[in-house]
Design a protein around this ligand. Structure first.
Ligand SMILES: Nc1ncnc2c1ncn2[C@@H]1O[C@H](COP(=O)(O)OP(=O)(O)OP(=O)(O)O)[C@@H](O)[C@H]1O
Length: 210
């Protein structure tokens, strides 16, 4: 067994706080952070404007960018902390968009075929951290950061995603999982809350890499 973890991943719904926590943990542990491609994403703003039209394009874009990140993890020496996983693209977003009628049957089948081919080359993270959040808190965070295109996000879209997150996490058995309920904590303003998360991660990693 390796003497250090190679891949930590932070997962959770839109606005759960993944990007912030990923940056804070990277700094704390000296890990390399891999973030989602948001600023340079060629489809995201269009997608929120017309989800039916742009779902397939956006999903293929995210799938490929996530796969590239995983390859970097595999090839590199450093421990990488990844902001969102490839599983969420397929098992949460694509699935939920299909359920909600934004992703046609043939596009979804086509996407799944591509995902199935790729996932054979993917290893689960050493530790998956899931930020569990209620819709109210997600909405507050999304409003606080004030991204123009995200103002189009609807409550039922977030609810659909949260339902798929619950299913996925309940059945996740690819590797170690740490669930953090972020509803009543503020790990940015409150150092004790951040310290508590760190000690939970230490416990998880200690058993694996000592
Ligand atoms: N596969 C996907 N399909 C549709 N939208 C996606 C997908 N992956 C990411 N997104 C969206 O891209 C944007 C990414 O933003 P960002 O990296 O800030 O993360 P986030 O999901 O908002 O979470 P957090 O606030 O927890 O960091 C969000 O609007 C997000 O939901």
């Amino acid at each position: 067994m390796a003497d250090h973890p190679k891949h930590i991943a932070v997962s959770g719904n839109i606005g759960a706080g993944k990007t912030t926590l990923t940056a804070m943990l990277a700094k704390h542990y000296g890990w390399q952070a891999e973030f989602e491609a948001v600023e340079n994403n060629p489809y995201l703003a269009d997608f929120y404007g017309d989800m039916k039209k742009w779902s397939f394009h956006l999903q293929v874009y995210f799938l490929n960018s996530r796969f590239e990140q995983i390859n970097k993890v595999r090839e590199g020496e450093k421990t990488v902390i990844q902001d969102r996983t490839i599983y969420e693209d397929a098992y949460i977003f694509a699935k939920s968009l299909h359920h909600q009628g934004y992703f046609s049957d043939r596009d979804y089948q086509n996407y799944l075929t591509l995902f199935d081919s790729m996932i054979k080359f993917v290893q689960a993270p050493d530790l998956l951290i899931y930020l569990k959040s209620d819709i109210d808190k997600l909405v507050k965070n999304i409003e606080k950061r004030g991204r123009e295109y995200e103002s189009a996000i609807r409550i039922d879209y977030l609810q659909g995603l949260n339902a798929h997150y619950n299913d996925w996490i309940d059945n996740y058995n690819e590797g170690k999982l740490l669930i953090i309920d972020v509803n009543h904590i503020d790990f940015v303003q409150n150092q004790d809350h951040f310290a508590d998360i760190v000690s939970k991660i230490d416990v998880e990693l200690h058993g694996l890499f000592s």
